[in-house]
Design a protein around this ligand. Structure first.
Ligand code: AMP
Length: 393
């Protein structure tokens, strides 16, 4: 990584502002998955153990620049205190005079959490006054919010102009692992790309077609690829733009693009629909493609078993519904079973598939960033990474 890491920096006596991504999923106000909180713990502990006063900040939800009571960070602060086994003080804010007062009372190694950054309109506007305010709270800045690195906001880019800015351990690992998945020879690198729409994945398909050996296609975009090959795509509406996008990928040269030879369809887009197995050329006009079929699962598993590097973004079908989850489960098991490969999984729902099968430990890296990991794989520069200080040597 060519950015300055927090490793080997002396933080003793320093006040450090740490941007994390605590935008955790909740149900009825209760945190349903605290993976993102746990992912930031190594950085928070390194800073605290190194003698810093640690001021943590994050966004949560979309309050759109106003105070929204249900989007306060109180439940997150409570969970973070439990995980860290110490009190995380409430710092107030995210603007005004209260944060500086509370921070001045922190002892060495103490933690405080600012209120939801997106209560302040300047955050998403990347307003320089708010950036300077955030910088005024600390001696230096650490960004560990990989999941927000594709956004140019005050707390991800603006603040880095005003104080020394380092990459946290999670940020460092994300960048290192994602970069490694794309570096060097394309040989024996397999990308598996699924998800809802071809429009969402077209850029990543283009970029990866120059970087990998084989691309296995799944998800809602299968219909667009079938139409691009003059086969029926079923009832899914395929715009001319979608068809052309798929044609472009097929004609791009570079990677071999593999489509499913069979699919699971249904006549209604609903959980209880009766699934039907169809060969690729036999999808009826009133059927929607909702998963890849068993023949494709077998073929994809074979390709995956021979890969040295694997990149996976996007489920193979509507995995949230058991009748259409088999393709994603088969691919997840195949990726996990190839223990000799370096496997990198990105995207929120793909990580969910891995998590639901408890396969995290058999994957080299499961990214915590959905949009950010996708933009990285599209070959884009992430503003939150670009804003950090360059590595010294
Ligand atoms: P993405 O965030 O682009 O990776 O898309 C994830 C979503 O794609 C999941 O919620 C899946 O249910 C959905 N998805 C996967 N396959 C299909 C399909 N064949 N038709 C519609 N949605 C799908």
């Amino acid at each position: 990584m060519n950015k300055r890491s927090i490793r080997n920096v002396d933080f003793a006596g320093k006040t450090v502002l740490v941007r994390v991504d605590f935008n955790v999923p909740t149900r009825d106000g209760v945190i349903s998955d605290d993976t993102r909180i746990r992912a930031a713990i190594p950085t928070l502990n390194l800073l605290s153990n190194g003698g810093a006063k640690v001021v943590i900040c994050s966004h949560f939800g979309r309050p759109d620049g106003q105070i929204v009571e249900e989007m306060r960070l109180q439940p997150i602060r409570k969970r973070l205190s439990e995980i860290l086994k110490t009190t995380v003080h409430y710092a107030g804010g995210p603007t005004g005079t209260q944060p500086a007062k509370i921070i001045s009372q922190l002892g060495t190694g103490d933690f405080a959490l600012l209120e939801n950054l997106r209560f302040e309109p300047g955050e998403e506007q990347n307003d320089d006054v708010f950036s300077q305010y955030l910088a005024s709270l600390a001696d230096c800045f650490v960004n560990d919010a990989f999941g927000a690195a594709h956004r140019a906001h005050a707390s991800t880019t603006g603040v880095a102009k005003h104080v020394p800015a380092y990459a946290g351990l999670l940020m460092e690992r994300e960048i290192t692992m994602l970069s490694r998945s794309l570096e060097g020879s394309t040989k024996a690198t397999v990308a598996i790309i699924g998800g809802a729409k071809v429009a969402d994945k077209i850029q990543v398909l283009h970029h990866l077609s120059k970087k990998v050996d084989t691309i296995l296609i799944g998800g809602g975009m299968v219909a667009a690829f079938y139409v691009a090959q003059n086969n029926p795509g079923g009832a899914t509406v395929i715009t001319e733009a979608d068809r052309l996008a798929a044609v472009d990928v097929l004609n791009a040269g570079g990677a071999k693009v593999v489509l499913p030879s069979d699919v699971i369809t249904a006549t209604k887009f609903s959980k209880g629909s009766t699934p039907s197995l169809r060969e690729s050329k036999n999808v009826a006009d009133d059927e929607i493609i909702l998963d890849i079929g068993p023949g494709s699962c077998k073929k994809y598993a074979q390709v995956i078993s021979r890969a040295k590097r694997i990149i996976w973004n996007g489920p193979m079908g509507v995995f949230e519904w058991p009748a259409f989850a088999n393709g994603s489960i088969a691919v997840a098991n195949a990726v996990a079973a190839n223990s000799k490969s370096t496997s990198v999984v990105g995207g929120g729902s793909t990580a969910e598939v891995i998590g639901s099968l408890n396969l995290e430990n058999q994957i080299t890296h499961v990214s915590t960033g959905g949009g950010a990991s996708l933009e990285f794989l599209e070959g884009k520069t992430l503003p939150g990474v670009a804003a950090l200080d360059d590595a010294i040597d």
